[in-house]
Design a protein around this ligand. Structure first.
Ligand code: RP5
Length: 161
């Protein structure tokens, strides 16, 4: 059963959002992926936000570009933590529009916003949230972080043998 729900405003967001899917696969976290548009399928968006926790989803990752309303609107109706991924899309001016649309939420309705096109970190953060209540997942995150360290040390040794 999927524990992380990954949604995005358009299929055109998928090349960016794929990084979240990849890292969740790597960390062996069950997830589902769908296209849910705040502007083109508003009813589907509200249904998704209302129902996701009832299906066993524990964290939602929502990516959108331009006037990026999807993460905030899903957060407005869902009791789950929502991680927002600002996408630099064809209708973005420079990406700041998506960043600020997702970041500047009013008090009471948080969206944990990652960097522009930062879908990989959204996936890791979702895994960390799941891992805070699941020791198997937590151990996989510990190993993941250890591998990051090992990689940097190896690069350093290559430069300074
Ligand atoms: C946003 O508009 C989507 O999230 C996407 O980033 C952007 C462009 O969508 P398309 O016109 O490519 O479908 O709502």
């Amino acid at each position: 059963m999927a524990e992380v729900g990954i949604i995005m405003g358009s299929a055109s967001d998928l090349p960016v959002m794929q990084a979240a899917i990849d890292v969740l696969k790597e960390l062996n976290i069950a997830h589902e992926v769908d296209i849910v548009s705040a502007h083109r399928t508003p009813e589907k968006m509200m249904d998704y936000g209302k129902e996701a926790h009832k299906r066993g989803i524990k964290v939602i990752i929502a990516g959108a570009g331009g006037a990026a309303h999807l993460p905030g609107m899903v957060a407005s109706i869902s009791p789950l933590p929502v991680i927002g991924v600002p996408v630099k899309s064809s209708n973005s001016i420079d990406g700041w529009d998506s960043v600020l649309s997702i970041l500047q939420m009013p008090g009471g309705v948080p969206v944990a916003t990652v960097a522009l096109n930062g879908a990989k970190n959204a996936g890791i953060l979702a895994a960390q949230i799941i891992g805070s209540g699941n020791s198997d997942v937590l151990n996989r995150i510990v190993d993941y972080k250890e591998a990051l360290k090992t990689k940097v040390i190896a690069s350093s040794k290559k430069l300074n043998p």
